[in-house]
Ligand binder design. Structure first.
Ligand code: NAG
Ligand code: NAG
Length: 300
C-alpha cells in the first residue's frame, strides 16, 4: 500500500506511516507541529514554548490551525490544557471536518467559564451538512490544571469521543435503519480558540472580560493514527483505500473489537452519562418534538 505522506524526519516514523498510516507527534516543537499542521489564521497568535504550542485569544484575534492532510477513519488525539482562570466567553475547539455544504464534522468544543466555575465540553456530530446534535458534559477533573487527552475514534461502524481514553459519546452507524452515517468524506483535523460570548458561557449571559486577556490554550502532543487521503482522490477511491480488504491490508480500527464498546467502555460511558451529562439533544423535547431518529435507535 502506498500512502502519500509528508516526509517524516526519521526512518522509524517513515516505516510506521507506511505500515499503519500513523503519524504521531510526541512533542510539539514547531518543526514537528508543521509536519502535520499549518496555521489557518493569526500566525502571530501562536506561541512556542519548549514542548508546548499555545494559541492566544485577545481582543484583536483568536487563532487556529488545520492538518495538512485529510483522513478517512482512524483516531486523532490532542493533549490540551485549557485557558486558566477567567475563560468566560471563550471557546477552544478540537474537531474533524470535511469541506463543502454537505460536510461531516465531529466536534469537541470547550466552553470557558468564570474563575473557579466548571468548563463544559460540548460535542456535536454533523452529517451531510446538518449538525444540531449537541451534547454537553462537565468533566471529572479541572481541564485548566493539567494536560488531558481528547480523542476522536472513527471507523465504518461508529464515531467515539474519548477523554483520557474514557468514552464520553458514541455515535453508531445505523445505516441499516436508513439513517445516514458519515463515511464517504475525508476529513481534516482542526483546532482553534475564539470569542463566543454570545452563547458559550451560561447561555451567553457571561461576556468575555477582556481585561483578563490574553486567553491561552496549550497543546502538548498530537497523534494522528488514520488513513491519509491524497487530495485529488475521489470519495469512492478513498473509501476503497481506507477500508480493510480481504487480503493483507487491515486497519486496526476495522478489527471486530473496534466495532463496539468493550464491556469496560460501556460501563465508563454509562457512568459519564449518569454523572456528567448536562445536556443531550436527544432528550430536548422542546427543541425536537419528534425525537431524532438516531436517538430512538442509539443504545447508550
Ligand atoms: C485591546 O486591549 C488592549 C490591552 O488591554 C488595549 O490597549 C486596546 O485598546 C484594546 N483594543 C481594542 C480594539 O479594543
Ligand atoms: C459555568 O458555571 C455555571 C455555574 O456553576 C454553570 O451553571 C455552567 O454550566 C458552567 N459552564 C458554562 C459553559 O456555562
Amino acid at each position: 500500500m502506498a500512502l502519500e505522506v509528508s516526509v517524516p524526519s526519521s526512518m522509524a516514523s517513515l516505516l510506521l506511516v507506511l505500515c499503519y498510516g500513523m503519524v504521531m507527534v510526541g512533542v510539539v516543537n514547531s518543526a514537528r507541529f508543521y509536519e502535520l499542521f499549518r496555521p489557518s489564521w493569526a500566525l502571530d497568535h501562536f506561541i512556542y514554548e519548549g514542548d508546548l504550542l499555545k494559541l492566544k485569544l485577545d481582543n484583536y484575534s483568536g487563532a487556529g490551525f488545520e492538518s495538512k492532510s485529510r483522513y478517512l477513519f482512524g483516531k486523532v488525539t490532542a493533549q490540551i490544557k485549557l485557558v486558566e482562570g477567567d475563560s468566560a466567553g471563550t471557546v477552544t475547539a478540537f474537531y474533524m471536518s470535511s469541506d463543502g455544504p454537505t460536510h461531516n464534522e465531529f466536534d469537541f468544543e470547550f466552553l470557558g467559564n468564570t474563575t473557579g466555575e466548571p468548563y463544559l465540553v460540548q460535542t456535536n456530530v454533523y452529517v451531510n451538512g446538518v449538525g444540531n446534535r449537541e451534547q454537553r458534559l462537565s468533566l471529572w477533573f479541572d481541564p485548566t490544571k493539567d494536560f488531558h487527552s481528547y480523542s476522536i475514534l472513527w471507523n465504518q461502524r461508529l464515531v467515539m469521543f474519548l477523554v483520557d481514553e474514557t468514552p464520553i459519546r458514541l455515535h453508531t452507524n445505523l445505516e441499516h435503519r436508513g439513517i445516514p452515517f458519515p463515511k464517504d468524506q475525508a476529513m481534516g483535523v482542526y483546532s482553534s480558540i475564539w470569542n463566543a460570548d454570545d452563547w458559550a458561557t451560561q447561555g451567553g449571559r457571561v461576556k468575555t472580560d477582556w481585561s483578563h486577556a490574553p486567553f491561552v490554550s496549550s497543546y502538548k502532543a498530537f497523534e494522528i493514527d488514520a488513513c491519509e487521503c491524497p487530495v485529488a482522490t475521489t470519495a469512492a477511491d478513498n473509501l476503497k483505500r481506507c477500508s480493510s480488504g480481504g487480503g493483507e491490508k487491515r486497519y486496526w480500527w476495522d478489527e471486530p473489537t473496534m466495532s463496539e464498546l468493550t464491556l469496560h467502555q460501556s460501563h465508563q460511558l454509562m457512568w459519564v452519562r449518569a454523572k456528567h451529562i448536562v445536556y443531550d439533544y436527544c432528550t430536548d423535547t422542546a427543541r425536537f418534538p419528534v425525537t431524532p431518529a438516531e436517538c430512538v435507535h442509539h443504545r447508550h
